[in-house]
Write a protein that binds this ligand. Structure first.
Ligand code: SF4
Length: 377
C-alpha cells in the first residue's frame, strides 16, 4: 500500500493564549491580541495559492487556544479555511478549547460552523493542582461548561495532567473519576514534563520545584489504564483513551504516516513525501509571511528507511501496534531487518510483544516507550 499523494487532513495553528501557563512551551504568544489581525491576514496569504474545494476528512485547529479568538475573528479564520477546503460527508472537525472561552454563544457558533469535536484543556478537577498549573478555571466551572458543551457537541475530549508536584495518587484518581462521571467519550492523559525555557524550568533549576518520583508517576499511569478501561474508554494510543468510535481520526493520520497540510507558526506539513516545518516564533513567522518570504525552517524528503523507522515510532504508540505484513508491503522493509537486536532485547525485557501478525508495546512498555523507541532507532 502506497502513501496517498493527496492529503485529506489539515492542521491550522492558532498561537494565542490569555496567559502562558508555567509548564507550556508550545508555539504561542500571550497578551498579544493586537497581533490577531495580522495573523489572520498572514493565514489568508499562506493559503492563497491553494485551489478551491479541496476535500478534507479531518480538520484540526490547535494552539495556543483557538477559542481565545472572538466569534468575529473565528468567522474570518473559517472563511479563509473554507475558501479552499470543504469537508467530506463523514468529516471530523476538531478544535482545541479553553473551558472559560466556551460561552453558550461560542458553543452555538462552533456547532453552526461545523465543528463536531472539541478537545478541552481541563488538566485537573483539583483546585490546588489547577492553581499550581496556572490554569484560569475552577473545578465547578468545568462541570457546568462540559455539560453545556456536550448538550450541543457530544464528541468531547478532556486533556488531563498527572505527576504534578504536590499531586497524590488519590487526587489523580478523583480527577479521573470526575472526568468519567461527565460521560466523556475521549480522554488524553499526559505526565507533566518540564521543558527548557518555561518558567517551571527556571523554578526547577533553582530547586523550587520537584517532580514526583518516577514510581508514583508510574502508579498514576497504571491506575489510568485500569480505571479508564473499566469505564469503557479503550487505551488506543500511549496517552489516549476513547469509547469505540471516538478515537481522534486526525491524530490517527499522524500516527499512521498519511499526508497532511499544516498552516501557521510551528505547524508541520507532510506532502508528497516531504516534511516541512514552519518557524516556531510567532513574530518571525508573521514577519516572513508579511514580507513574502517562506516561513519554512526545515524541509526534508524522507528517505525510504527514514520513513520506515518513523513508521515504527508512530506505529508503536498505537496500542494495536504494527501489522508486520502491512508494514513490509507499505515500506519495503521487514521489521526485524531494520531492528533485529532492539526488538529481541525489548521482547525479552517484557516491553515489546510479538504475535504472529503484530509487534506492539506491552503495558510495561507503554511506561517506558521512549527508551524502547531509542533502542529501535
Ligand atoms: S492554555 Fe494551553 S496552550 Fe495556552 S499556555 Fe496554557 S497550556 Fe499552553
Amino acid at each position: 500500500m502506497l502513501t496517498p499523494k493527496h492529503p485529506r487532513s489539515a492542521y491550522f495553528h492558532v498561537p494565542f493564549c490569555q496567559h502562558r501557563c508555567g509548564y507550556c512551551d508550545f508555539t504561542l504568544v500571550a497578551q498579544k491580541d493586537h497581533l490577531i489581525e495580522a495573523y489572520l491576514e498572514a493565514m489568508a496569504k499562506q493559503t492563497s495559492e491553494l485551489g478551491e474545494g479541496i476535500e478534507l476528512s479531518t480538520l484540526f485547529l490547535g494552539g495556543g487556544t483557538p477559542t481565545h479568538l472572538s466569534i468575529d475573528q473565528l468567522t474570518r479564520l473559517f472563511e479563509i479555511i473554507f475558501s479552499h477546503f470543504q469537508l467530506a460527508d463523514d468529516y471530523e472537525f476538531s478544535i482545541e478549547a479553553n473551558p472559560l472561552n466556551l460561552t453558550p454563544e461560542k458553543i452555538d457558533f462552533l456547532k453552526q460552523s461545523g465543528v463536531n469535536r472539541v478537545s478541552l484543556g481541563v488538566q485537573s478537577f483539583d483546585s490546588d493542582i489547577l492553581t499550581f498549573l496556572e490554569r484560569d478555571h475552577k473545578p465547578d466551572e468545568i462541570f457546568e461548561i462540559v455539560t453545556s458543551l456536550q448538550s450541543r457537541i457530544s464528541n468531547t475530549s478532556l486533556d488531563l495532567i498527572f505527576a504534578v508536584p504536590g499531586q497524590s495518587l488519590d487526587g489523580w484518581k478523583q480527577t479521573l473519576r470526575d472526568a468519567v462521571q461527565l460521560n466523556i467519550p475521549h480522554i488524553s492523559t499526559y505526565g507533566l514534563t518540564i521543558e527548557k525555557g518555561t518558567s517551571f524550568w527556571s523554578r526547577e533549576q533553582a530547586g523550587l520545584l520537584h517532580l514526583p518520583q518516577d514510581e508514583l508517576a508510574g502508579d498514576m499511569y497504571e491506575f489510568a489504564l485500569e480505571f479508564l478501561d473499566e469505564a469503557g474508554l479503550q487505551h488506543y494510543e500511549i496517552s489516549n483513551f476513547a469509547r469505540p468510535g471516538y478515537e481522534c481520526r486526525h491524530n490517527e493520520v499522524y500516527w499512521t504516516g498519511y499526508p497532511y497540510y499544516g498552516f501557521g507558526p510551528g505547524a508541520a506539513s507532510y506532502l508528497n513525501g516531504v516534511r516541512r516545518q514552519n518557524h516556531r516564533s510567532v513574530i518571525t513567522w508573521l514577519k516572513r509571511v508579511q514580507a513574502g518570504d517562506s516561513p519554512i525552517v526545515d524541509q526534508e524528503e524522507l528517505a525510504p528507511e527514514t520513513r520506515a523507522r518513523e513508521a515504527i515510532i508512530f506505529g508503536l504508540r498505537r496500542r494495536a501496534g504494527i501489522n508486520r505484513r502491512e508494514f513490509q508491503e507499505r515500506y519495503g522493509f521487514d521489521l526485524h531487518q531494520l531492528s533485529e537486536t532492539a526488538i529481541r532485547t525489548n521482547v525479552e525485557a517484557g516491553l515489546l510483544e510479538e504475535t504472529d501478525t503484530h509487534l506492539k508495546l506491552t503495558k510495561a512498555g507503554c511506561l517506558l516507550a521512549d527508551s524502547v523507541v531509542v533502542d529501535i532507532l
